[in-house]
Design a protein around this ligand. Structure first.
Ligand code: MF3
Ligand code: CO
Length: 260
């Protein structure tokens, strides 16, 4: 079921989302060569506690068979696409392409966002992959308004990425968000013609999150039961924001971090 949030709930999400964006900007700053992923996770937990929020990914289970997610922030390095763990003793290296993905409960509402960071000097094609992924997200956002079709978002993202021959991850999608971490609808980053058409309505809160690779779109999951990597070990980038659909367009629930 696709839910519509009330004006009051949207205000709560926007308040939480603004905090979340500032927290992500802090993490991006701290994500430099030599940073310990465990430290980044601790920083995320501290910053969320400071604003009265709670990490929404910590102990999260996508299905009952999943092990509870052990971190507050997903840290996915290089060929890792999403859901990487903030493992102890893991250190960010010069040249790493690092996805940082965080979600927070604030006043009973969940928001979700992600950015990809270039740690130190990153190969130009990797940097471009991240920039193009972010731009594809912006293209997806640009078609949003009440009455538009959900697949127009997917199509706009795909259209922007296609000429570059990137791999667009097919098995993971954007999603509704707010009352829970993941809600209907699923939002693919390519036009899925078999999906039932969904018309956008004001008050829908959506997390849009293109996941893009320099190689193929096929994925594998690591033995940790969480981390998704590219099957061909090519580099991957991921950007995500939460928005609310309005009559004339959309509003950011989690604005892009101020540095991008
Ligand atoms: N932004 C991530 C997603 O939409 C949230 C992952 S929740 C986690 O898939 F628990 F798996 F980390
Ligand atoms: Co998400």
């Amino acid at each position: 079921m696709i839910t519509i949030k009330t004006a009051e709930e949207i205000e709560k999400m926007k308040a939480g989302g603004k905090f979340l964006s500032a927290i992500l900007a802090r993490l991006m700053e701290a994500c430099v060569p030599g940073a310990h992923t465990e430290e980044l996770d601790r920083l995320a937990r501290e910053e969320m506690a400071k604003v009265g929020g709670k990490p929404s990914f910590l102990h999260y289970q996508i299905s009952d068979e999943d092990p509870p997610y052990p971190s507050a922030v997903c840290i996915s390095v290089n060929e890792e696409i999403v859901h990487g763990l903030a493992t102890p003793n893991r250190v960010i290296k010069e040249g790493d392409l690092v996805g940082l993905d965080i979600g927070m409960w604030y006043e009973g509402m969940a928001t979700d966002m992600a950015a990809t960071v270039c740690a130190g000097n990153v190969a130009s094609e990797a940097r471009k992959l991240s920039e193009d992924t972010r731009e594809s997200l912006k293209r997806g956002l640009s078609v949003i308004k009440e009455g538009a079709w959900l697949h127009e978002i997917s199509q706009a993202i795909e259209n922007y990425l296609k000429p570059n021959r990137y791999g667009i991850i097919r098995d993971l999608c954007g999603h509704g968000v707010g009352y829970s971490v993941h809600e209907d609808p699923q939002i693919p980053n390519y036009h899925e013609r078999r999906a039932k058409p969904v018309k956008l309505k004001a008050g829908m809160c959506l997390a849009i999150e293109p996941m893009v690779t320099l190689g193929d779109w096929r994925i594998r999951q690591k033995d940790d039961g969480w981390t998704y990597v590219t099957a061909d070990r090519s580099l991957a980038a991921h950007w995500e924001v939460t928005i609310v659909v309005t009559g004339s367009g959309f509003e950011f629930v989690t604005p892009f971090p101020d540095k991008v």
